[in-house]
Unconditional design. Structure first.
Length: 392
């Protein structure tokens, strides 16, 4: 509401006449302009300062039904001619009129309503004492929603909130919250909002991160607190540990900095992988096309073109990158002679046998494809970053 009031005062200020003594929308003594006073009080400023409220708002100010000192009222003023405020002047249905008859305009999120009418206009302020009745909001305007959000925040019991960095991390590091972070990570990695991470994978990752005896969680807490981050005083260096930062605004700025950095890094990596994929696809396509001798068969491929002028019959059918891109060429590079995947080679092997097979790794319970374990380690590193996001 504070920002909306600033905007409305700016609107009134700009609706003034050009005369230095005719301020019919804002006035001080008589019709004199109030522009100087408006500027002095900071109304209409581009930057709207907000002060943190350390303690809950008292019942004398905010009740279960509305704002205690709020009251409805009707505003009257000059209504016509050159001595009227443009916003509250009498209306008519001429196409040159600023407002049409009975065309109600709501401002300040529903706090103020102006109904211009040449016969009986109405300028009213909403009754903010009665924004909620019998446990239900009295309306759905931004004014009602803002009050309800403030009422809910004001009723929160902050005495139950953790007060140290360690207890905050422990509060954030619950299995359920970690699973939600993992599912979000999985969707972002796959670039698919519908992608699902199997429950078994979630359980395994959470167990790896938290451990069973509490020592793993404590190690995570120690690592987070010891993490060196960008120093606002000297942005070129990452020489400030998280545990030394107490200011929440500084922590929020640091978090946003690393979010942007991660986004840039991810974009660069995606571009690199796409280039690698294109090169790989091109190699596979070239291999396929070179083995085709028939013209019709060659041209029927989404990525091959037959060259009539080529004298070497073994080179007439060639890979066509332009054609492939237009057709969404899906071919990927394959290795000839490879009949068994790494996962198949690892599955079911005992510990000793597992350690002897290239590409396999014993995870303490079973033999698994080591590439899967590497991917999990990558996931865990990102989840650790997600912990920081959960703290704020």
């Amino acid at each position: 509401m504070k920002g909306r009031i600033h905007e409305f005062v700016t609107l009134l200020q700009k609706a003034q006449t050009s005369s230095a003594t005719s301020g019919y929308c804002l006035a001080t003594t008589g019709p004199a302009h109030a522009a100087g006073a408006v500027a002095a009080y900071g109304c209409g400023a581009e930057h709207i300062p907000t002060d943190a409220i350390e303690n809950p708002i008292s019942p004398q100010e905010l009740t279960d039904e509305g704002i205690n000192h709020g009251a409805s009222s009707t505003i009257e003023g000059k209504t016509n001619g050159g001595t009227a405020c443009l916003l509250t002047a009498d209306a008519n249905d001429a196409n040159t009129a600023f407002f049409q008859n009975n065309a109600q305009v709501e401002l300040l999120g529903g706090l103020l309503a102006i109904t211009p009418n040449s016969g009986g206009k109405s300028n009213t302020v909403a009754d903010t004492k009665k924004l909620r009745t019998n446990g239900n909001l009295a309306g759905t305007k931004p004014l009602h929603k803002s009050y309800d959000a403030l009422r809910k925040i004001n009723s929160e019991d902050t005495s139950l909130c953790p007060t140290t960095v360690e207890t905050v991390i422990k509060t954030a590091a619950t299995p359920d919250k970690l699973k939600e972070a993992l599912k979000t990570l999985h969707k972002n990695t796959k670039r698919d909002e519908t992608a699902q991470l199997p429950e078994s994978e979630q359980e395994a990752l959470v167990a790896t991160l938290l451990g069973t005896d509490g020592k793993q969680l404590q190690a995570l807490i120690d690592n987070i607190q010891a993490t060196a981050v960008i120093n606002k005083a000297n942005p070129k260096n990452e020489d400030k540990t998280l545990k030394t930062i107490q200011d929440t605004e500084e922590l929020a700025e640091i978090l946003e900095y690393y979010r942007e950095k991660a986004a840039i890094t991810a974009a660069a990596e995606i571009t690199r992988l796409q280039a690698v994929a294109t090169k790989s696809n091109q190699g596979a396509g070239t291999d396929i096309c070179s083995k085709i001798a028939d013209k019709n068969e060659c041209n029927s491929k989404h990525f091959c073109s037959y060259n009539e002028t080529e004298t070497d019959d073994t080179k007439k059918c060639k890979f066509n990158l332009t054609k492939a891109e237009k057709k969404g060429f899906p071919v990927t590079q394959t290795k000839t002679g490879e009949t068994e995947t790494t996962t198949e080679k690892c599955t079911g092997k005992l510990e000793d046998a597992c350690k002897k097979v290239t590409g396999c790794n014993w995870d303490g319970k079973e033999c698994k494809d080591s590439s899967i374990l590497v991917n999990k380690q990558f996931a865990l590193s990102v989840v650790s970053a997600a912990f920081v996001a959960l703290l704020f």
